[in-house]
Design a protein around this ligand. Structure first.
Ligand code: GAP
Length: 395
């Protein structure tokens, strides 16, 4: 998913540059961004069972959902979500800093460096994929809410020339297309436009991309028009100039920011859920069995082609199959395996491999192999020299 995002957002565009900033930054970064003062969840403790809850996850503030006692819950209090750490050898307060809770701030503080060295002028974007850390009170639902996760963030800077809302809309549309291109089910995906009272005061628009998980709707990404809030905040605290100097007009201005911030762990979970299928199949003898299959979109299947010899104890078959795998490896994500034919296919079905290739004795006479399609389970004979084209077309 990370490769797919990077390809689309950075490599296939000429107005976005890729970047990789530090995880541990100057502590004032998080003062300027507002995270020290306001990156809180409300936390409630049960005095009886000692369990902790997010106040907004509780049905009532009267009764503990774990031990069932009433009147044992504390008043909600602020709990900062940033992971604290120390820089330097002294453990005083001046050395306290935080692991980044989002990658975005690394982009903002480096904005000037980047536009000058990459010779970009707004409208242009800076993209980054990397780990972010949040001390979540209630991690859970597999990789949906974790304390260490991967964000893919695009910060797109635009001049204040009246085209900012159109640019925001263009990014919302681009992100819609991205999810559908990788096979996320349309009936489980929604783009929820935030109402003015749901947005931060400085934001002119915001859209949450949500997916219908087995436990309900959950956020995959937030897209926001953030005005000049972030660059202004860093300029104010650091005293450093982060405006853009326009050579053409000899004037400087603070660009408006459109942000797309996606969670790669959540996106991966989404495509796994959509891909998962379990079906009953009937063989030629009429025998029923269960087949578990991940119907990944071929672009994101971790293995695209499995290559096997019909028999593992026949040296010439093993040699030919191994050689074929080596030939295809630079072009596709391949794997080689050997063993019982039925089991080989099932194993690849379970990891979502779109195509399996079997090298058999006939291959030496007709120079063809059997290609099996994961979804239809249909098999077809394809000539060795037509294989790469056959697979490329279908993948
Ligand atoms: N810079 C904006 C920002 O960080 P956010 O809505 O707090 O916005 C963006 O986070 C995305 O990061 C979320 O939509 C989600 O996909 C992912 N994310 C946030 N917290 C997460 C967590 N604890 N576990 C997994 N993913 C998380």
């Amino acid at each position: 998913m990370k490769n797919a995002w990077w390809r689309e957002i950075v490599e296939l565009r000429d107005d976005v540059v890729g970047f990789d900033s530090s995880i541990v930054m100057h502590p004032n970064t998080w003062v300027a961004s507002g995270h020290v003062a306001a990156f809180h969840d409300k936390l409630v403790d049960c005095r009886n069972c000692k369990h902790r809850f997010r106040a907004d996850h509780l049905a009532s503030l009267e009764k503990c959902p774990d031990c069932g006692m009433t009147g044992t819950l504390t008043e909600p209090r602020d709990f900062n979500l940033m992971m604290k750490t120390q820089v330097g050898p002294l453990e005083d307060t001046a050395s306290t800093t935080y692991l980044r809770p989002e990658t975005a701030q690394g982009i903002f503080v480096n904005f000037k460096n980047i536009y000058q060295s990459a010779r970009k002028r707004p409208p242009f974007g800076i993209a980054q994929i990397g780990k972010s850390f949040r001390n979540e009170i209630t991690p859970g639902n597999f990789t949906f809410r974790v304390r260490e996760f991967e964000q893919a963030e695009l910060e797109y800077f635009v001049p204040d020339d009246g085209n900012d809302m159109a640019c925001y809309e263009t990014w919302v549309a681009a992100r819609k297309k991205w999810y559908s291109d990788y096979g996320v089910r349309a009936d489980r995906l929604r783009f929820y436009e935030l109402k003015p009272e749901e947005r931060p005061h400085y934001a002119r628009a915001g859209t949450d991309v949500e997916y219908l998980f087995p436990w309900g709707w959950g956020e995959l990404e937030s897209i926001a028009h953030r005005g000049t809030y972030d660059l202004d905040a860093h300029m104010k605290l650091s005293g450093k100039d982060l405006t853009y100097f326009d050579e053409a007009t000899k004037s400087k201005y603070t660009p408006i920011l459109i942000e797309s911030s996606a969670g790669m762990d959540r996106t991966t979970l989404t495509v796994l859920i959509d891909a998962y299928d379990s079906e009953t199949i009937v063989d030629d003898a009429g025998k029923e069995s269960k087949r578990t299959v991940l119907r990944f979109h071929p672009k994101i299947a971790p293995v695209q082609v499995g290559i096997f010899p019909l028999a593992r104890n026949k040296a010439e078959l093993v040699e030919r199959a191994r050689a074929l795998e080596l030939e295809l490896r630079p072009h596709f994500r391949t794997t080689y395996d050997e063993g019982n034919v039925g089991q080989l296919y099932r194993r690849q079905d379970e990891i979502g491999t779109p195509f399996c290739i079997m090298v058999d004795y006939d291959s030496f006479d007709d120079h063809k192999v059997t290609v099996r399609d994961r979804d239809s389970m249909r098999q077809e004979r394809v000539a060795f020299d037509a294989l790469a084209g056959y697979l490329r077309e279908r993948l």
